[in-house]
Design a protein around this ligand. Structure first.
Ligand code: BES
Ligand code: MN
Ligand code: ZN
Length: 489
């Protein structure tokens, strides 16, 4: 729970107080806080540089047991991400030391800095996102999240900050939800079970939830989805979440790739890191969690989430390289590689999106290509859209949320590589170069003139290492991003 406190911090009983300290400027007007920072400045190892940290134990004159000073560099260079990170670190410190209470003092705005609400929101996000571990499968090391994280400011901002805290907590819980799904082992999230889990989460909030089973998919001629699922003993499912507010401005469809495990199929992947292919449903997880979030925070648009769920496995009934599959749109696809399965299920889902809902905007999110990770690394997603303004809207949301997206090109002439001698197109290019672009161009064939963007999250969906507000495993990337994109459409 994120709560708001005001008044002199001197009298506040807590285990840990976090203060953000700059190299060159006082960030707080309160005299108690100023005196604490003064105490910190007696230690030459702490200069307020970004990453500097100093803890004062039982400092005189205040009730709190510890004060953590976190350096944030020059005031003019302070940004929201630095604040998320210092708050994340403070929460980790409190969790590791088994502390019960934490108070984070919100700095006062200085020239060149984000404004007060932005700083508060960033600190709240960093703290809430960090207050999380995936411990479902641990018998002994159960995580005890901090029950309460308090934020300190002046009384006159308390109302604004309280509503900000409420909203931020919902969005961060949405991110935790996506992280849980992505980190969950693939034996416990095979398509029908994952579908039920999504429907259960959605059922607690005002939206419609429907699941198309493989019979329904057949009726809808979604043979690309069925082909990918045919190697698995778990059948394909399509989950549809529909959030319809009373008055609706636009209709937005979000499509999330939901491959619950990607073995590669008959073009089987090599064994190194294969276990991380449980992450291949991160697009679906982000879309589902985004809908659950929007249904709580409210949204002026009708938002539909489509989550095609399959498991890509090799077997005697699996689809083969060389197969020609007829997609729901009528276009035929020659399978060049069964490991390019994501674009197959998205082809049917995108066609369903544009033909069923006549949407104003369609956005798909997918762990689609290793090539995108080669291009942009593990922390930045690729955004592809024939509509530059839409790509820029997504990139701008990426900058605000620090779920970064880099706009990538979709050159018409590269479509050449997807030509097939036998079918309307192939599911892979002629060579491995520009693989993320080839995949995006393939998808563009199914978005049929609708305003559409594709976000390739193969890099940032999953973390191998710890960072300041995220543990190894699913990152929940995409939830805060999509919520922000929809807010700005
Ligand atoms: N799910 C993978 C992409 C991926 C890679 C996701 C790394 C997360 C981390 C996708 O289905 C895939 O296998 N893509 C192939 C495409 C190729 C066969 C054209 C790839 O990237 O190698
Ligand atoms: Mn694959
Ligand atoms: Zn895949």
């Amino acid at each position: 729970m994120l709560t708001i406190r005001w008044g002199d911090p001197k009298g506040i009983k807590t285990d840990l107080i976090l203060l953000v300290v700059c190299e060159d400027k006082a960030f707080y007007g309160n005299s108690t806080i100023k005196a604490l920072i003064e105490q910190g400045s007696l230690y030459p190892e702490f200069a307020g540089k970004s990453g500097d940290e100093l803890t004062l134990y039982s400092p005189g004159g205040i009730k709190a047991k510890r004060v953590m000073l976190a350096g944030a560099g020059k005031a003019s260079e302070l940004d929201c991400e630095k604040l998320r990170r210092v708050a994340g670190k403070a929460v980790n410190k409190a969790l590791n030391a088994d502390l019960a209470g934490l108070l984070i003092c919100i700095p006062e705005p200085a020239p060149g800095c984000p404004d007060r609400a932005q700083m508060a929101e960033a600190l709240m996000e960093g703290a809430a996102l960090s207050n999380y571990r995936f411990d479902y499968y641990k018998k002994d090391e159960k995580h005890k999240p901090l029950k309460n994280i308090a934020f300190h400011s002046d009384k006159k901002f308390a109302g604004t900050l309280a509503s900000l805290a409420e909203k931020t907590e919902i969005v961060c819980k949405g991110t935790h939800m996506a992280r849980n799904w992505v980190s969950m082992p693939p034996n416990d999230k095979r398509p029908s079970r994952f579908a039920r889990s999504i429907v259960k989460a959605a059922g607690k909030h005002p939206m419609e939830a429907v699941v198309l089973d493989s019979g329904d998919l057949r009726k809808n001629k979604m043979k690309a989805m069925l082909a990918v699922a045919s190697g698995s003993s778990s059948r394909a499912q399509m989950v549809i979440l529909d959030y319809k507010p009373q008055s609706r401005d636009k209709t937005v469809v979000l499509v999330g790739k939901g491959v619950t495990f990607d073995s590669g199929g008959i073009n089987i992947k090599s064994s190194a890191g294969l276990e991380t292919m449980k992450q291949d449903m991160a697009g679906a997880a982000a879309v589902a969690a985004c809908l659950v979030t929007l249904a709580q925070t409210g949204c002026p648009h009708r938002v539909v989430g489509l989550m095609p769920l399959v498991e890509n496995m090799p077997s005697g009934s699996a689809y083969r390289p060389g197969d020609i599959v007829k997609t729901a749109s009528g276009k035929t696809v020659e399978i060049g590689n069964t490991d390019a399965e994501g674009r197959m299920i998205l082809a049917d889902a995108l066609h369903y999106a544009v033909s069923q809902y006549a949407p104003d905007v369609v956005i798909d999110m997918a762990t689609l290509t290793g090539a995108c990770v080669v291009a942009l690394g593990e922390k930045i997603a690729g955004v592809f859209s024939p509509d530059q303004a839409l790509a820029e809207t997504v990139a701008a949301s990426g900058r605000r949320t620090h779920e970064r997206c880099w706009s990538m090109p979709m050159p018409e002439d590269y479509k050449e590589g997807l030509k097939s001698d036998f079918a309307d197109m192939r599911n892979v290019g002629k060579n491995r170069y520009g693989g993320a672009i080839a995949a995006a161009l393939f998808l563009s064939e199914f978005a049929a003139g609708t305003r559409w963007a594709h976000i390739d999250i193969a890099g940032p969906a999953y973390a191998g290492n710890d960072s300041d507000y995220c543990r190894p495993g699913g990152t929940g990337f995409g939830v805060r991003l999509l919520v922000d994109v929809i807010k700005n459409l």
